[in-house]
Design a protein around this ligand. Structure first.
Ligand SMILES: NC(=O)c1ccc[n+]([C@@H]2O[C@H](COP(=O)([O-])OP(=O)(O)OC[C@H]3O[C@@H](n4cnc5c(N)ncnc54)[C@H](OP(=O)(O)O)[C@@H]3O)[C@@H](O)[C@H]2O)c1
Length: 352
């Protein structure tokens, strides 16, 4: 470790996962948790704000242990925004006092705490015009949206996009990004999300409870080039093929299973179905299928999101802000699956 600019505390306040289970029961805010040690290629960040993503509460349930195993106790959370408190000796891009934000997955020490260690390679300068709450909401959900639409979906101006699940963290960025890039956007959600989705720029709203998006979009002129699936489910690929133009693509971030358990069986069956759908497209199926995991070190995309935020083209809609003492309630709200935009954890006050 390099020498720090000023002495760092040894203990901090952190929302600690004390055992696997429901976040509301097993996340306890403690004020004597050890400040993490940073490696040569890492920053130590004084966290101002953090945001929860569904993966955080899924990890805490223990259902993802096969791939994301944490020794108890641990601090959850990947998205962060804060100020650099110390830099590892191999870091070159940041110095103490710089503003920083990013998606620390998977090596970060956990952002629901006063201090976080994160690989410098995952870090970017945040927007100058956003609040700390708005900044923390961007990285994971924003990266997922831009990668889904642009990197994997190949979105072009003038295309038609269907966003399944437009009101959540990823969906609300996806609608805005698709509009920035000149697409016509159809979004699904509950009736209670209609005005929200329209305010984000959705050209057409489909009520997920009273309407059938296949019926709404299967006429030749209504079909879309991209289905961006933020909901998942075993029938979404079959149904998406009916609304995709030839050559169109379904990009999913959830896949077939919605039960959030990553078991050997679920991974093998998802892998087999993905391979089957890929082979289908190599041998002439006219609709393509793509499942992906977010690339957290994609700084080009993160900087693009920051630029759009600075230009006030892209906003983070903050559904609710929780003080760190109530971190367990943030887990409960996220797991309920009704978030509109982002849920934010306020960790420390801004002194800048
Ligand atoms: N593959 C990856 O790397 C990756 C990355 C990020 C996220 N994900 C996954 O993607 C999913 C979405 O993430 P998120 O952060 O956007 O979640 P989120 O913020 O919790 O999404 C909540 C929203 O989902 C909407 N919703 C739920 N069921 C729906 C349905 N059947 N149809 C339409 N909308 C529905 C709800 O809207 P209404 O109230 O309007 O119904 C709610 O506002 C999660 O499962 C997450 O784990 C995967």
């Amino acid at each position: 470790m390099s020498a720090e600019a000023s002495p760092l505390p040894e203990k901090m306040t952190a929302a600690v996962v004390v055992e696997y289970g429901d976040g509301k029961d097993v996340v306890k805010t403690k004020d004597d948790y050890p400040v993490p040690k940073f490696a040569a290629d890492q920053l130590l960040v004084e966290v101002r704000t953090a945001s929860i993503n569904p993966v955080d509460w899924k990890i805490v349930t223990g259902k993802m242990k096969l791939f994301v195993k944490r020794d108890l106790p641990f601090v959850a959370g990947f998205d962060f925004a804060g100020v650099v408190a110390a830099v590892g000796k191999d870091c070159t891009r940041f110095k103490v006092g710089d503003l920083v934000y990013g998606d620390a997955a998977p090596n970060g020490s956990g952002s629901f705490a006063e201090y976080l260690t994160v690989d410098e390679a995952k870090c970017a300068k945040p927007s100058e015009v956003q609040t700390w709450e708005e900044r923390a909401g961007v990285p994971l959900a924003g990266l997922t949206a831009i990668q889904g639409l642009v990197t994997h979906g190949g979105l072009k101006a003038g295309q038609r996009v269907l966003v399944l699940g437009g009101a959540g963290g990823v969906g609300h960025f996806a609608i805005q990004i698709a509009k920035i890039l000149g697409a016509y956007v159809v979004a699904t959600g509950s009736e209670s999300s209609k005005i929200f989705l329209q305010s984000l720029g959705a050209d057409k709203f489909i009520d997920r409870n009273s309407q059938d998006w296949v019926k709404e979009l299967s006429a030749e002129d209504d079909k879309v080039q991209i289905v961006f699936d933020c909901v998942g489910g075993h029938d979404h690929w079959e149904r998406s093929q009916k609304v995709l133009v030839d050559g169109g693509i379904m990009v999913t971030i959830v896949g077939d299973s919605q039960d959030h358990a990553l078991t050997v069986g679920s991974v093998l069956s998802t892998g087999a179905s993905v391979i089957g759908r890929k082979i289908g497209s190599w041998f002439g199926d006219k609709k393509r299928y793509h499942f992906f995991l977010t690339e957290s070190a994609d700084l080009e995309s993160l900087n693009q999101l920051t630029k759009w935020a600075d230009e006030r083209k892209l906003k983070t809609v903050v559904d609710k802000v929780y003080p760190i003492e109530d971190a367990n309630l943030m887990f409960e709200a996220s797991a309920a699956g009704r978030t509109k935009g982002k849920l934010i954890l306020k960790v420390s006050e801004d002194s800048n």
